[in-house]
Design a protein around this ligand. Structure first.
Ligand SMILES: [Zn+2]
Ligand SMILES: [Zn+2]
Length: 457
């Protein structure tokens, strides 16, 4: 054991010392002294950190020996040193490079040179294969939020529930129950008999405990009946949960198909409300299932993880308003909306001038000098996103509304040709170019989707 601790402590000290240095890391250098790896003949050099360094030279001069077998090997070797001996055994160990000294080297990753096939789905993340690791990493750190009640959702375990209990039911007795659905036409007596045959003597209905060998006064039962698994007194302090408590919770989860509830046992006790728990990605309070964070959810190359709008491309082909209004220094009168010029759509130009005049917009002023709100009005119309309404009210439908109307008439050849002049690839509005569909999934936090996007840009 002493060997383990002595081999662990030096990197810790080093790390602390390097913290101070890291502030001006970008200004510092990697100092390499006396490299004799392969063909290299005792080379000394300083490489600036945080800069793009390029190593050039004829074949066989030792470029790879310096980059891979010296720099990368030493960076990786020192990084692995920071792990415990147990963890280290899972890494590929690299040979120590032939060098006198290397100072200031951070952990390194190496991307082997290869001529990979690039597609429109390729990103820095996919080509370097970092993406493959991230899609395994993100599900492990994923947090889910219930879209209904906004509380954090995590699968519960008997231990996690037992740890929370002293905070909610201190010193009280609680009933651990699981729900059993009651058949549509089942009479209370038949259902009670069934429970008795399974060895369950008590149930919890409408906040009261009933024995299954008693006669139930009502003619019908609720759709789901809470069967009592056990009644346990919760200790005041959060010492180790008893085996009986853990066992009761485990059984209730098993019989309740992953769901259980806890009710205060004392009748009339209003100290605590019943609490629901779920073993799955499920909000027990709202009875809402969330999508479990699986690796496929965290890659845009899988239909499950891709943005539904752009299917993981990050951009969509659509009308590009920059093409429709290519020169914003023109005024409305001078024809800033290029699409309205020419005979076929001249009436739109007339209508724009008319409605803009009514709104008080100077139709002789350059478009780029108009108020932002007026520019938006010209593009989006009186009712953004609802050109139909603007039409019916005889108000301005917007350049966007004009194109939407044309899109519905693409069965005509000349319309298709006309529209193609204004189409281009634009950033997907739904995922904002991040390619992932996470931000659309109920329950997945938006910032997770943003972090995901980083390596894909
Ligand atoms: Zn909820
Ligand atoms: Zn998208």
């Amino acid at each position: 054991m002493s060997r383990v601790s002595s081999s662990n402590s030096p990197p810790k000290k080093k790390r602390r010392a390097s913290k101070k240095k890291s502030a001006n890391a970008s200004a510092s250098v990697i100092k390499i002294r006396g490299v004799r790896q392969n063909n290299l003949k005792n080379v000394d050099l300083d490489l600036p950190l945080g800069k793009l360094n390029v190593i050039t030279g004829p074949s066989g001069s030792g470029k790879s020996s310096l980059a891979f077998q010296t720099l990368y090997a030493e960076g990786q070797r020192r990084y692995i040193e920071t792990f415990s001996p147990y963890t280290r055994q899972f890494f590929d160990r690299m040979d120590k490079p032939q060098v006198d000294a290397i100072h200031g080297i951070p952990p390194a990753i190496a991307i082997e040179q290869s001529n990979k096939v690039k597609t429109t789905r390729s990103t820095v993340g996919t080509i370097t294969e970092i993406n493959d690791y991230l899609k395994l990493f993100f599900p492990r750190v994923a947090e889910a939020t219930c879209p209904e009640c906004q509380q954090t959702v995590r699968p519960d375990t008997p231990t996690s529930i037992a740890q929370r209990l002293p905070d909610c039911f201190t010193g009280q007795s609680v009933l651990i129950t699981f729900g059993i659905p009651v058949g549509n036409k089942a009479k209370p007596s038949e259902f009670f008999e069934f429970l008795q045959s399974q060895g369950y003597l008590r149930i919890h209905i409408f906040g009261k405990t009933w024995r299954t060998d008693e006669t139930f006064p009502n003619k019908t039962l609720p759709a789901v009946v809470d069967v009592i698994q056990d009644r346990i007194k919760i200790p005041a302090s959060s010492k180790r949960p008893s085996a009986r408590l853990l066992e009761a919770l485990e059984s209730a989860f098993h019989l309740g198909k992953g769901k259980l509830s806890l009710h205060p046992a004392e009748s009339g006790s209003n100290n605590s409300k019943p609490m629901s728990f779920s073993r799955n990605w499920h909000c027990a309070d709202c009875d809402l299932d969330l999508h479990a964070p699986t690796p496929n959810l965290f890659t845009f190359n899988n239909p499950l993880g891709a943005c539904p709008e752009c299917r993981g491309f990050g951009r969509v082909i659509g009308i590009d308003l920059d093409r429709a209004l290519p020169d914003p220094s023109l005024s409305i009168r001078e024809g800033v909306v290029k699409a309205f010029q020419g005979n076929r759509h001249q009436e739109c130009q007339v209508e724009l001038e008319l409605y803009a005049g009514i709104r008080g917009i100077d139709i002789n002023a350059p478009f780029e000098e108009l108020l932002k709100a007026d520019q938006k009005w010209i593009l989006q119309g009186e009712h953004p996103g609802d050109a139909e309404k603007a039409w019916s009210e005889s108000s301005w439908y917007g350049v966007r509304g004009f194109f939407n109307w044309l899109e519905s008439r693409t069965y005509r050849m000349h319309v298709r040709v006309f529209l193609s002049r204004f189409r281009s690839y634009t950033k997907c509005n739904v995922c904002e170019g991040t390619r992932t569909g996470c931000s659309q999934l109920p329950g997945v936090r938006k910032n997770t989707a943003r972090n995901l996007a980083a390596p894909h840009r």
